[in-house]
Design a protein around this ligand. Structure first.
Ligand SMILES: [Zn+2]
Length: 204
């Protein structure tokens, strides 16, 4: 157990180093969360200890990873091998075991559109009386988001082959645009990193 004075000194030292390690980590791993793979924004980026400090991990760069805030918080002090399971468990929406499992999930494409909301109407409630009991899905009927519909599970139909193919093509075109945006952002990032490291060296 470290004394509080040495722990404080140790933490103070670490905060300064963190900013210097960030560009190295971005270069090594990309702007992606090590655990969930989602793209990171500078404001959501956290530096995560692969082996937690409390479990004997170090502040050395080989023990550091980039993670989104959500994954970093969810894993807490878990060891790397326990982490994916803990994150998956904490990311789940829980509901009572006597409710049926919903057949469809958030974001899924169906014949009518895209599922953006799921609501359970518990038997005996006023909403269940008005809307019908069981799972009800809010479906976005158009890509612009002007029109939604509430559909019961049996009303939902799977997407057609053409619909799926068109959706894949559409997503691919978006991915190309995002790829181009990423190149521009990467250039901007390296400029900002250069300026801030220059300022840092001038201050020394
Ligand atoms: Zn993540």
């Amino acid at each position: 157990m470290e004394s509080s004075v040495s722990l404080r000194l140790h933490k103070g030292l670490y905060h300064g180093q963190k900013d210097r390690k960030r560009p190295h980590l971005i270069a090594k791993y990309g702007m992606r969360c090590f655990w969930c793979g989602h793209n990171l924004k500078p404001e959501t980026l956290t530096i995560d200890h692969y082996i937690p400090l409390s479990r004997g991990g170090s502040n050395k760069i080989k023990n550091l990873r980039l993670a989104c805030n959500g994954c970093n918080q969810k894993r807490g002090n878990a060891m790397p091998e326990e982490t994916p399971e803990i994150i998956a468990e904490k990311s789940c929406i829980r509901f009572p075991s006597h409710w049926s499992q919903p057949k469809y999930h958030f974001g899924q494409l169906v014949k009518q559109g895209r599922i953006i909301g799921i609501e359970y109407q518990s038997p005996g409630t006023r909403r269940a009386f008005d809307l019908g009991k069981g799972w009800i899905y809010a479906v976005l009927l158009d890509d612009l988001g002007y029109d939604t519909d509430q559909l019961h599970e049996p009303e939902i139909k799977p997407p057609s082959l053409e619909q799926l193919q068109a959706e894949i093509e559409y997503e691919k075109s978006l991915a190309q645009i995002h790829q181009k945006n990423l190149v521009v952002l990467d250039e901007q990032l390296s400029e900002v990193v250069q300026v801030s490291s220059k300022q840092e060296s001038e201050q020394l």
